[in-house]
Design a protein around this ligand. Structure first.
Ligand SMILES: Cc1ncc(COP(=O)(O)O)c(C=O)c1O
Length: 367
């Protein structure tokens, strides 16, 4: 019954995209205990929203969708057409099924994506038997007439490339002329809300658009597995049907209602993230001058990416010192999440001191 290629669990897991945050795996691989790692391998805010004690009743009772969470989200995201999801990842997995259920896309849709980018979008469309068209940021407009679906991450992970709402609206209208769809993943948008499509979009009109939001990054709440999808009400209803009754847990909903309403924390945190991000960028810019003059640093307030053809060496060098970063799948760069405090900045600064890089090279496998 079961095809040969699925004859072991490891065969199945090897096919899924790889992600940052795998500290336990790194601990095993490099022989450094989990608590000794400085984990910079994700774009999660290192000083996330401070979760208060949660009453036991919240764990005891099932989640209810009319608990006021959607109203909080509507206010924070400035749009009335939203549904809560178990992380924007849940929406990424369900969107192909939803659009095909509603007959909004052909059987074998042509999906345009930027690479490198968060790989789960491509993976999800591959599972739906789509034809994937890899686009460079400068070629998107030219390809629009050939696409059934355009998927963009704004700002992009890992390049940080930001598209203006005006450009995206133009593309959405262009796609609409041949019944094309646009999916915008705004997982890292919270520090630059002026670039979000949500305050400008009436989804009852723009019914070929889906926007995703994550609370894992800016709010640092990746562990509660929650997020939001914005779209036309019929698309949202179909998504809810496939989600099932209790997709987002009661503790997650309880926490989010408070976090999304915490205006002082949101304002302070935006400012703090900008400062930390500038500090990280300065550190990395100084470093690349000595390490690789062809390299460049890009990113957004929640992460910085060093694009260098010596990325693998750098990744290994840092990992041997207990600093976990995200080596891009195509090995074209390394993404750094923000250090949480001055001590962590110092640790990273010492680790990327050029002389120490030079010292460790002879020990790096394959160097
Ligand atoms: C661009 C992007 N979108 C979506 C996600 C999924 O995040 P979550 O499911 O926690 O909302 C990630 C996670 O890293 C991401 O980088």
């Amino acid at each position: 019954m079961i095809p040969d290629k699925f004859n072991s669990i490891s065969d199945i897991s090897r096919q899924r995209p790889v992600h940052g945050g795998a500290v336990c795996q790194a601990a095993q691989q490099y022989g450094i205990k989990p608590s000794d790692w400085l984990d910079l391998s994700t774009g999660i805010n290192p000083n996330g929203w401070p979760v208060p004690e949660i009453p036991t009743a919240v764990f005891n009772r099932l989640p209810e969708t009319d608990d006021g969470l959607i109203e909080c989200a509507q206010h924070y995201y400035q749009n009335p057409h939203l549904t809560a999801v178990a992380g924007s990842q849940e929406a990424i997995q369900l969107i192909p099924k939803v659009l095909s259920e509603l007959n909004l896309i052909p059987d074998r849709p042509r999906v345009g994506l930027i690479t490198p980018a968060y790989a789960e979008h491509e993976f999800s469309w591959q599972q739906a038997k789509a034809d994937i068209i890899c686009l460079a940021p400068g070629t998107i407009e030219k390809h629009l007439p050939d696409l059934d679906i355009l998927v963009l991450i704004n700002p992009n992970n890992p390049s940080g490339h930001l598209y203006s709402p005006e450009t995206l609206q133009l593309w959405q209208q262009q796609l609409n002329r041949h019944k094309g769809f646009m999916i915008i993943d705004e997982a890292f948008m919270d520090c630059t809300p002026q670039y979000s499509l949500l305050p400008h979009t009436d989804f009852t009109q723009a019914d070929n658009l889906i926007v995703l939001r994550s609370v894992g990054k800016f709010f640092g709440l990746a562990g509660i597995r929650a997020g939001f999808m914005a779209a036309h009400p019929v698309i949202l209803k179909t998504l809810e049907f496939f989600q099932g009754p209790w997709s987002v847990s009661h503790p997650a909903r309880y926490i989010l209602k408070q976090a999304l309403n915490d205006q002082p924390w949101i304002a302070q945190n935006r400012q703090w993230l900008m400062q930390q991000s500038d500090r990280l960028e300065t550190l990395l810019m100084d470093f690349i001058q000595n390490y690789d003059q062809q390299a460049n640093v890009d990113g957004c307030p929640l992460f910085k990416t060093v694009f260098t053809n010596k990325a693998q060496d750098l990744f290994e060098h840092l990992a041997h010192q207990g600093i976990l970063t995200r080596l891009l799948d195509n090995l074209s760069g390394i993404r750094f999440g923000l250090p949480g405090d001055s001590q962590q900045f110092e640790r990273l600064g010492q680790a990327i001191n050029y002389n120490s890089c030079d010292l460790i090279r002879p020990f790096i496998k394959g160097y």
